[in-house]
Design a binder for this molecule. Structure first.
Ligand SMILES: Cc1cc2nc3c(=O)[nH]c(=O)nc-3n(C[C@H](O)[C@H](O)[C@H](O)COP(=O)(O)OP(=O)(O)OC[C@H]3O[C@@H](n4cnc5c(N)ncnc54)[C@H](O)[C@@H]3O)c2cc1C
Length: 434
């Protein structure tokens, strides 16, 4: 079976690895960029995604790149603690949460794809057209390559993992236009600072108007400092196109947070000392009614771009990839691809649409907004503003919707499966083995 994956981002590479693990080898990954440069700053992989990466046999290599946050803690804009909870294995999961540099992750995934599949990545291939195919005919993806030439790649399956500006999606939804702006501007960066709190805590401070998020991205360096990823965010700004790579000056952004000098973290100093600072509008896309057309489907941000604040981008793309490979492997043959894609979409589209809605309501970060509304000048005891039961309820609801509530994650059967048209493949999932 011939498979074409469009986009060599996080979702595209994990799809290639998942399909390879499921027994497929005739795979091409076509990417618009002329080189894999490993761009971006921090990205979190939540335990449900790390479970999938573990079963794919790549989690150890990824863990070497980053760190495992032990706690997630929310604060108000005065630096007072609202809520904190253990994360990953500290929260009793069998799998850790991992904080990694997106660029380093992308380079590692490229290496893994080349190790397992060989020379399958086609750079400088920009998707411009996509014939969906049907039960009898293959899909055909057309790419523009250097010099404006066009190259066609036919596939029994074409997976479009071409990100938030997906061309594959725009071909099916030409009226949709650009991503939808939520009214906030984000500044993302990395900085070398003294460790804060216990050195393994991801923090979020502020409220719906202005917020600061920071988490370690690696072990302490020789001089004791750690590299942190941070996201400073503020209502306002403008929609100037969702470009992941737009660099901006540090001083004006640090000034916006001038009062945020907590006794445990100096926010303006962290921003002012950033190694790089990237501006990005808080954008997502509305859920769409259909991902699959003939032998083609959408995956990752192309299917369900969400605000980059719930640690969902990489994690949901990982779940998509594994679910897709699972259904395609169960189908086993090219003839079964349309039905496999329908099953993939039935599993993943409603789940991600629900999650998209929750991220628009700011998900678990609602506790920060409640604290702001009920005690804007701060509090002596957070429970004067929000009861413990309310705090716990908000955290649990989000985990359930995102697919990583501890008990549900532990009970979910494995998505690991080898290609087979017979019933033994299905029994792997039923038994939770593989
Ligand atoms: C440059 C960049 C930096 C990012 N930085 C961060 C970050 O710091 N933190 C974070 O949480 N998330 C970041 N993201 C988003 C994050 O990678 C995704 O939300 C998530 O990992 C889902 O991955 P994806 O594969 O669906 O999309 P992406 O990782 O965005 O990958 C999409 C891929 O498709 C390629 N592509 C686009 N159009 C075409 C086309 N027409 N033909 C062929 N290929 C095409 C792109 O070049 C890209 O390699 C970044 C994305 C990009 C592209």
């Amino acid at each position: 079976m011939q498979i074409v994956i469009v986009g060599a981002g996080i979702g595209g590479f994990i799809t290639a690895l998942s399909l390879e693990a499921a027994g497929f080898r005739d795979i091409v990954v076509a990417e618009r960029s002329r080189e894999i440069r490993g761009l971006g700053v921090g990205l979190n992989l939540l335990p449900h995604a790390v479970r999938e990466l573990t079963e794919l046999g790549v989690a150890d290599r990824i863990a070497e790149l980053g760190v495992e946050p032990g706690t997630l803690a929310y604060f108000n804009r005065h630096g007072q603690a609202i809520w904190s909870e253990p994360r990953g294995r500290d929260a009793g999961y069998a799998w850790p949460q991992l904080s990694v540099h997106r660029g380093r992750l992308q380079i590692l995934l490229r290496d893994l794809v080349e190790e397992r599949l060989g020379d399958v990545i086609r750079l400088g291939h920009s998707l411009v057209a996509l014939e969906p195919g049907d039960a009898e005919r293959r899909a055909v993806a057309t790419f523009e390559v250097a010099g404006g030439e066009r190259v066609e790649l036919a596939g029994d399956l074409v997976v479009a993992a071409d990100g938030i500006h997906s061309v594959a999606r725009s071909l099916r939804y030409p009226e949709e236009g650009g991503p939808r702006w939520g009214g906030l501007t984000l500044w993302r960066g990395t900085a070398l600072i003294e460790p804060f709190l216990d050195g393994r805590t991801m923090i979020m401070a502020g409220d719906a108007e202005q917020k600061f998020v920071a988490y370690p991205l690696g072990a302490p360096l020789e001089d004791g400092r750690i590299r942190v990823n941070f996201i400073a965010e503020r209502r306002g700004g403008g929609v100037s196109g969702a470009d992941w790579n737009r660099q901006v000056e540090r001083a004006p952004i640090a000034e916006l947070f001038a009062d945020w000098r907590f006794d445990w973290l100096d926010v303006p100093a962290t921003i002012a000392g950033a190694e790089e600072l990237l501006e990005y509008p808080m954008v997502d896309r509305d859920a769409i009614p259909q991902w699959t057309f003939g032998r083609t489907t959408l995956l990752g941000d192309a299917a369900h771009a969400m605000y980059p604040n719930g640690s969902n981008g990489g994690s949901q793309a990982t779940l998509d990839a594994r679910t897709l490979a699972y259904h395609v492997a169960l189908a086993g043959t090219a003839a079964g691809v349309p039905a496999a894609l329908a099953a993939y979409e039935a599993d993943r589209r409603p789940a991600t649409a629900r999650l998209l809605e929750l991220t628009r309501q700011t998900g678990p970060e609602r506790v920060m907004q409640l604290a702001f509304e009920r005690a804007p000048e701060g509090f002596a005891d957070v429970h004067d503003a929000i009861s413990a039961a309310e705090l716990e309820g908000i955290a649990a609801e989000y985990k359930r919707a995102a697919g990583f509530h501890p008990s549900e994650l532990a009970a979910r059967p494995s998505l690991g499966v080898r290609r087979s048209a017979d019933a033994s493949a299905a029994s792997l999932r039923d038994s939770g083995a593989a």
